[in-house]
Design a protein around this ligand. Structure first.
Ligand code: DGL
Length: 277
């Protein structure tokens, strides 16, 4: 048993989309979340910059005595997971890409016919080729196609979601991509994208959307159980959410994510990125 919190981080609000699944599967666990809202998006930045920012945040979370680190960001998982694992060799670290790739491989195994799968994400995630590499490394027959959608994250961070501008942007990136490759399943390869799930369902009702959060939290649960590190109490559960820029949208997203759980208190604070140095 271990009642220390789990550290989650992302470039902004995206990683919050993993929290409802955590609350469902692991209701006793406490979260410290850091969203680097002042420096988002990461996905169009150089890998060295993404690494520098990720180390700063991870060092901060580690200094808060976390029992596990969840990289709730595909961009950071795609570019920095090995470096983070080297930096904290004793800390269990879960990224978002490996658990999703394993699920795709499991789903495909034993199937006679492989349906075309699309992966959408930031430029850094898609440029890394990690999803394709992990899946095709295990099952070379899987048909995978990728598309970077760099404008989705800035719009979501601005709260422009239930809006014609978002729909047009989605169509700009995905209409031809889905038609040309006859995509049937679409991996939401960015933790911000569950915020536009409704738009995607409305625009492409035939598509099966694959959101990695259930796989990610499943992996968190499996590792904590194996190491006997699950939390055992649900008294005064208080999550802490930090952001480098406490924007109105960050607070709205937190309200949206935690609204169903009346038992949980959420404290949020601004913690500037400069202070991480
Ligand atoms: N949520 C991050 C991801 O999963 C967004 C990255 C960004 O800031 O561009 O990739």
């Amino acid at each position: 048993m271990d009642n220390r919190p789990i550290g989650f981080f992302d470039s902004g609000v995206g990683g919050l989309t993993c929290i409802p699944t955590l609350q469902k599967l692991l209701p006793n666990e406490r979260v410290i979340y850091y969203g680097d809202t002042a420096r988002t998006p990461y996905g169009s930045k150089a890998i060295d910059t993404i690494k520098k920012f990720s180390f700063q945040i991870a060092d901060y979370l580690v200094s808060r005595d976390i029992k596990m680190l969840v990289i709730a960001c595909n961009t950071i998982s795609a570019t920095c997971i090995d470096d983070l694992r080297k930096r904290y060799p004793d800390l269990p670290i879960v990224g978002v890409i490996e658990p999703m790739a394993e699920r795709i491989i499991r789903d495909q195994r034993g199937r006679m016919e492989h349906v075309p799968i699309g992966v959408i994400g930031t430029k850094a995630t898609i440029g890394s080729g990690v999803y394709t590499e992990l899946v095709k490394g295990q099952d070379a027959d899987t048909q995978m196609y990728s598309r970077a959608c760099p404008l989705f994250v800035p719009l979501i961070e601005e709260g422009i979601i239930d809006d014609e501008i978002m729909d047009l942007t989605i169509k700009h990136y995905l209409d031809d991509f889905i038609k040309e490759h006859e995509i049937q399943k679409l991996v939401l390869g960015c933790t911000h994208y569950p915020f536009i799930k409704k738009n995607l369902r409305r625009l492409y009702p035939q598509l099966e959307l694959l959101n990695p959060s259930a796989e990610v939290i499943g992996e968190v649960k499996r590792i904590l159980a194996k190491k006997d590190m699950l939390a055992d109490e649900h008294m005064n559960l208080e999550h802490q959410c930090y952001a480098s820029d406490l924007s109105e949208n960050f607070q709205n997203m937190i309200d949206m994510v935690f609204e169903d759980d009346q038992d949980v208190k959420v404290k949020f604070k601004k913690f500037s990125a400069e202070a991480l140095d």
